[in-house]
Design a protein around this ligand. Structure first.
Ligand code: ZN
Length: 142
């Protein structure tokens, strides 16, 4: 079986692991479990590492705390993420606090959710999505 690169959700270290169903592997640097599926709050600094270094697909939610639809999607995004440990990494970035990445990817409306595979954007949607829509989208990336 091939090794897969997984960026640690806690410390952003790049780990190269063999994925075995039902086995949790801890980060070699900080010991956080790499299969923790909870959405990772990223910054201008950590965002690129996740997008470029993860071998698994990425979804990233550009949000603002003053955007109604963004906040309305909060729980659905989290629920959807919990179903994809080590399959799809769910990220979120506060686009008010981290404007560099939002500018770089041309994000003009919030929420915008962008899917990446191996560092390449594959699709984006700029509206609130339901848990089912998020689930189907994540499923389609695998
Ligand atoms: Zn770590």
């Amino acid at each position: 079986m091939e090794n897969v690169k997984i960026v640690c959700p806690e410390c952003s270290s790049v780990n190269s692991i063999k994925i075995v169903e039902g086995v949790s592997i801890a980060c070699s640097q900080c010991e956080e479990y790499l299969d923790d599926p909870f959405p990772v709050e990223v910054t201008d600094a950590s965002c690129k590492v996740h997008i470029l270094e993860n071998d698994i697909p990425i979804l990233i939610d550009f949000y603002s705390t003053v955007c109604g639809p963004c906040m309305a999607m909060y729980d659905d995004y989290e629920d959807a993420a919990l179903e994809f440990p080590l399959k799809v990494r769910f990220l979120k970035i506060n686009a008010d606090e981290h404007q560099k990445i939002a500018r770089e990817y041309g994000v003009r409306a919030l929420p915008t959710i962008i899917a990446f595979k191996k560092g390449e954007e594959v699709h984006r949607i700029s509206r609130q999505l339901s848990r089912v829509e998020l689930n189907l989208w994540a499923q389609s990336l695998i």
